[in-house]
Design a binder for this molecule. Structure first.
Ligand SMILES: CC(C)(COP(=O)(O)OP(=O)(O)OC[C@H]1O[C@@H](n2cnc3c(N)ncnc32)[C@H](O)[C@@H]1OP(=O)(O)O)[C@@H](O)C(=O)NCCC(=O)NCCS
Length: 179
């Protein structure tokens, strides 16, 4: 198996809990708002479709893919309410990439509509980036739609910087970490 394995991460207000299939039941409500897809495409999934997706994510990629899929539920510690998700896809570093050794991770975040604007994405993204860097990940990227100001702010606050590179109409944000 390639790359690190997701662990429970704790921040001041949040618990990042490795994704399990049973989370689909509570997450279908948290993620069931079309506004969340304004900049990322797609549409909310039904409970059954979300469960199928989580089964696929938890199973992970086929072993011959040098890749690991890390997914967390973001939970408010105060009352246990699930508020969103964060994810990282870890792959070997590109030979000509900026990370001198160490794998690379592509990261993303979603916070349910009622829970936005409280700094939860920033707090979760910082924990995620710090954890990945501590696991030896040398390069962290997030692809952010140019109009997605909230996500750009989260990326910046997590230590990523805009690169001027574009992938599928999204700006690439990056941080580089040395061991
Ligand atoms: C992007 C997202 C995760 C941010 O979640 P959040 O928990 O509200 O983020 P934070 O509270 O940490 O806010 C970060 C900063 O974004 C900025 N921000 C928030 N909403 C904004 C908006 N509509 N326009 C401009 N800036 C905004 C603010 O600067 C905010 O901090 P501040 O108000 O304290 O100064 C959330 O909007 C979301 O889930 N969007 C849909 C999914 C998505 O687009 N994911 C990103 C994929 S790259």
């Amino acid at each position: 198996m390639f790359g690190p394995i997701a662990e429970t991460l704790e921040t001041r207000r949040l618990l990042l809990e490795p994704l399990a299939v049973h989370h689909a039941d509570e997450m279908a409500d948290v993620l069931g708002d079309a506004r969340l897809h304004a900049y990322i495409g797609g549409e909310p999934l039904s409970r059954d479709d979300l469960r199928a997706r989580y089964e696929h994510l938890v199973a992970g990629p086929a072993p011959f893919h040098q890749e690991s899929w890390l997914n967390w539920i973001v939970r408010r510690r105060r009352d246990g309410q699930a508020v969103g998700t964060v994810q990282a896809t870890v792959t070997p570093a590109a030979a000509d990439g900026p990370a001198a050794g160490g794998p690379a991770a592509s990261v993303a975040w979603v916070i349910g509509m009622p829970y936005q604007g409280f700094g939860f994405a920033t707090e979760a993204a910082r924990a995620l980036v710090g954890w990945l860097a501590g696991k030896g990940v040398g390069e962290i990227v997030a692809c952010v739609h140019p109009d997605n100001a909230a996500s750009a702010a989260v990326a910046r606050r997590a230590g990523l910087r805009p690169t001027g590179e574009w992938r599928s109409g999204e700006l690439v944000w990056r941080s580089v970490h040395r061991p």
